[in-house]
Design a protein around this ligand. Sequence first.
Ligand SMILES: *[C@@H]1O[C@H](CO)[C@@H](O)[C@H](O)[C@H]1NC(C)=O
Ligand SMILES: *[C@@H]1O[C@H](CO)[C@@H](O)[C@H](O)[C@H]1NC(C)=O
Ligand SMILES: *[C@@H]1O[C@H](CO)[C@@H](O)[C@H](O)[C@H]1NC(C)=O
Ligand SMILES: *[C@@H]1O[C@H](CO)[C@@H](O)[C@H](O)[C@H]1NC(C)=O
Length: 246
Amino acid sequence: MRIQVIFGILLIFTQAAMGLLFQDPVVCRFSESSRCYVALGERLHLQMPLEDVLELQITDKTSTSHLILKYRKTQSNPPKPNDPRWQFVKDDKTMILTSAERSDSGTYTLDTFDANGNNKGIYTLQLNIEAEVSSVKMWYSCLSPGVMKVYCSADGDNLRFNWSSDLNTFPQLQNGSSTVVLNKDHHGNVTCNVENHVSRDHNTTELHPCPEPTTEVISSTTSNDGKSHSSLIFLCSYVCMYYVFP
Ligand SMILES: *[C@@H]1O[C@H](CO)[C@@H](O)[C@H](O)[C@H]1NC(C)=O
Ligand SMILES: *[C@@H]1O[C@H](CO)[C@@H](O)[C@H](O)[C@H]1NC(C)=O
Ligand SMILES: *[C@@H]1O[C@H](CO)[C@@H](O)[C@H](O)[C@H]1NC(C)=O
Ligand SMILES: *[C@@H]1O[C@H](CO)[C@@H](O)[C@H](O)[C@H]1NC(C)=O
């Protein structure tokens, strides 16, 4: 009865968040995969085997272990987890974390016993909390005539970048990097895809060929250290146009 109420409330607040790979709440089971990824702030349901005695502990990134739950079927009152952020639902042996934090990452070890104290198995689960990919931004600059550098940035944990483009000259090898250098002038759309274990997002920018340097910019050099100054202004005629005023 109580579990139905809890699930009912959860369903009301469940929304299909954009870009998330797993639906909220994420359900992780000790019996299935040994690794589980949850987005920062997402709900987690940790399902444990239906044994009579359960002891759950976490070993965090600093190798510190502490007990989270000790459950015995014979107890008259269901136990309260040692960490108040967790809830224990006795009926289906589920631990619920309302909002995952980075500090919840770690190795969870579950010891199970039957009513007579016989060991029924030791399970481990690696839980990883990652901030989802957000704010994917792209821009580019012209380094010198015909040489472009395209940049991509994003927020989130453990980001992986890859690139796609309608340009058939686009380099294919640089998919793991957040910058790409193009050695020819390009006109076309380039997309930067960013993903981690919990989400993905992308952004697209249209590249325009780098402008020819104008004589005005070069002839505006008047300082004593003419050479270096001139190259600064020269570079600025490219970088400023695309980077500062895209
Ligand atoms: C794509 O990138 C541009 C420039 O970096 C930024 O202004 C824009 O908000 C981004 N679009 C999305 C959907 O994130
Ligand atoms: C780029 O992607 C291909 C295909 O997925 C992969 O084989 C290759 O290792 C990737 N390169 C980098 C630098 O990530
Ligand atoms: C880039 O994409 C936009 C929007 O889809 C399109 O209007 C434009 O023609 C594309 N540019 C090129 C050079 O293909
Ligand atoms: C690039 O990323 C997109 C979205 O994150 C993904 O669908 C695609 O498979 C990736 N491509 C490669 C070659 O890794």
